[in-house]
Design a protein around this ligand. Structure first.
Ligand code: AGP
Length: 612
């Protein structure tokens, strides 16, 4: 997510803004910039890379000004670059804008500004469109910044927060919030705007929360808030006594818990703009034609860790829907097995960071063999993304915790979208089925929220089971892929030895490990496989196992053979993994928390494994 900071007061703004941006670094970013208002007008300095790179870039310059705005950019539209970094300016350079979020109709606005106002654009970003639009409106209305911002946002659709300064309205920042976070800071003779509390805590503890569709006007002596009809809004000041560290986690104790709870929003972002008003899937960034798809003899999905588990689900989805054979492999094995890959192979690389060396090396091997490369990444402009023919971003926002959660669920959603897209091009599914799965995906954010409400139940369960030394995860069909992910979560943050196995495979040896009170987490969400799964649960119960079942609401029969049952909202069999993983994430989290482990930075692990 991008970060916004603004200051107006009696001090020099540059250092204050850069300080604030540094406190937003945890949100992840790939470029940074500032705009300062002084008697020379609006000075903009911006740089790809870290804030330290920006500081080096402006070192020695006398950048004065007691009002300004700053930004850290997490690229979505337009690769990370100096040019695409914020702030962006109006054509006459009198106005500067910083922006967090997306303007869905930016292409239409941009084309209109080109045609009607003969505006020239330097970048592909939606943010530059905001700056140019406000500039045109500002000139047309005789230079009233509030009017220009207000008229501009009326034309913009999407989810965004913006901060704006103008060279001809001294000591003023105008900001607007629509579905992206924005707060105002209230200091003595100085005021702030920011995307998040950490940016301000060094200077103020008095905060004004800005609600949706509100404009805020900051001058050194006051913060004025207006609603969408421009009526003044009275907003109480909130005193924040969080530490900086607490605030970066938005009040959550760990980034992992914060990211588990961000999943409804993250999945919503993944789906946003990819399902048109006609209900048809639009895969931006993917240029596969029906001819291309019909030419593929197979799909090869390659990844590591959690991304590999998402790929396993992808195999089920693509084979079931598009009837294209899918091979799947962990990247570290793929490149050394002399894989059968050629120009008739669609190679799908899945990587949250886009920097995992094993996955990158596998991608290069597949490319060398002539395959078409499609990657599913979370980091825009990452190495895997750059080296792919097509890239499909998860748009989950930065994932800070080493244990992947929201990246996984958004990777699953990408697999469903790609599976449906391929099936539609192959003509292998009916419109009713296609529309049905699309409807199921559209309600997933709300259902994940429902699944999260079981959190207390799961914490209680963790209190009883945290000291076990061995945990089995079992499942059939898509549940066996989720079992792998649940086991990895538990292993990597609680250090409890756990493993996942296809439930039907237990009797071929592994069940010899079963002892009284062995924990078995049985994921049993597939209606068509329920009877088989039920028999496996009876099998382990007969050996005195402690069975925790994960099942769809309404399936009460499973309680008969389960020690505990955790329910997820009812949904189609195909899409249950997006929900069934949630209790497993929470279980791993609470077990590790009770054990006092370092949840966000587990021992021996790195967030991105850039070595072989
Ligand atoms: C997942 O919780 C782990 N942190 C790890 O398995 C991770 O999924 C794997 O290293 C792949 O990372 P990537 O998605 O960034 O390529």
């Amino acid at each position: 997510m991008c970060g916004i900071v603004g200051y107006t007061g009696s001090e020099q703004a540059k250092g204050i803004i850069l300080d604030g941006l540094k406190k937003l670094e945890y949100r992840g970013y790939d470029s940074a910039g500032i705009a300062l208002q002084n008697k020379e007008g609006i000075l903009v300095r911006k740089k790809q890379g870290k804030i330290a790179d920006l500081e080096a870039f402006i070192k020695g310059e006398r950048l004065v000004g007691t009002t300004g705005i700053g930004h850290t950019r997490w690229a979505t539209h337009g690769v990370p670059s100096d040019l695409n970094a914020h702030p962006h300016t109006s054509s006459d350079g009198e106005i500067a804008v910083v922006h967090n979020g997306i303007v869905e109709n930016y292409v239409e606005l941009r084309n209109r500004l080109i045609e009607k106002n003969n505006i020239k654009f330097d970048t592909e970003t939606d943010t530059e469109v905001i700056a140019k639009l406000i500039g045109v409106l500002h000139r047309q209305n005789g230079g009233n910044l509030e009017d220009a911002v207000y008229d501009a946002v009326k034309e913009m659709s999407g989810a965004y927060a913006i901060g704006v300064v103008s060279s001809n309205e001294k000591d003023k920042i105008v900001a607007y919030r629509k579905d992206a976070p924005l707060i105002a800071g209230v200091g003595n003779g100085c005021k702030f705007i920011a995307s998040d509390i950490p940016a301000l805590l060094k200077y103020v503890n008095d905060i004004c929360l800005i609600e949706n569709d509100e404009m805020v006007v900051c001058t050194p002596d006051e913060v004025k808030i207006y609603d969408s009809s421009r009526r003044p809004v009275k907003r109480d000041i909130m005193k924040v006594n969080w530490s900086i560290e607490d605030a970066e986690k938005g009040g959550y104790e760990h980034f992992m818990l914060k990211e588990i709870y961000e999943q409804p929003k993250a999945v919503e972002e993944t789906l946003l703009r990819r399902i048109g008003d006609d209900g048809k899937i639009k895969l931006d960034g993917i240029s596969l034609t029906a001819e291309d798809v019909k030419n593929f003899s197979k799909v090869y999905i390659v990844a590591c860790g959690t991304a590999y588990h998402a790929g396993m689900l992808g195999k089920y989805v693509i084979e079931k829907m598009a009837r294209i054979p899918v091979e799947i492999d962990v990247a570290s094995e793929f490149r050394y097995r002399n894989p059968v890959v050629d120009e008739k192979t669609l190679f799908i690389a899945i990587s949250q960071s886009g920097e995992t060396l094993d996955t990158l090396a596998a991608l290069r091997e597949a490319k060398r063999c002539g395959a078409r490369i499609l990657s599913i990444c979370n980091v825009v402009g990452s190495s895997v993304a750059r080296e792919s023919d097509d890239v499909f971003y998860t748009w989950a926002g930065p994932e800070i915790a080493v244990a992947s959660t929201k990246a996984y669920t958004t990777q699953l959603v990408c697999m469903y979208l790609i599976g449906l897209y391929l099936a539609d091009l192959m003509g292998t599914i009916s419109k009713e089925y296609y529309d049905g799965i699309v409807r199921e995906l559209m309600v997933m954010p709300a259902k994940i929220t429902e699944a999260l409400k079981r959190s207390n139940e799961i914490e209680e369960l963790a209190k009883h089971l945290y000291n076990r030394t061995q945990v089995f995860f079992i499942g059939r069909g898509v549940d066996s892929a989720v079992a792998l992910e649940g086991s990895l979560k538990l292993k990597e943050i609680s250090y409890i030895n756990s493993f996942a196995i296809a439930a039907g495979e237990l009797k071929h040896g592994t069940i010899a490990l079963m002892e009284p009170e062995t924990i078995v987490i049985a994921i049993a969400t597939q209606d068509y496989l329920f009877d088989k799964m039920y028999s496996n649960i009876v099998e382990v119960k007969a050996r005195m196992a402690h069975v925790v079942s994960i099942a769809k609401e309404g399936n009460t029969k499973i309680e008969k053979e389960s020690t505990e049952t955790i329910y997820i909202p009812d949904c189609a069999d195909e899409v249950t993994p997006i929900l069934s993983v949630v209790p497993l994430q929470l279980f791993a989290y609470y077990v590790a928390k009770i054990k006092g482990e370092d949840i966000d930075k587990p021992r021996n692990l790195a967030k991105s494994v850039t070595v072989e």
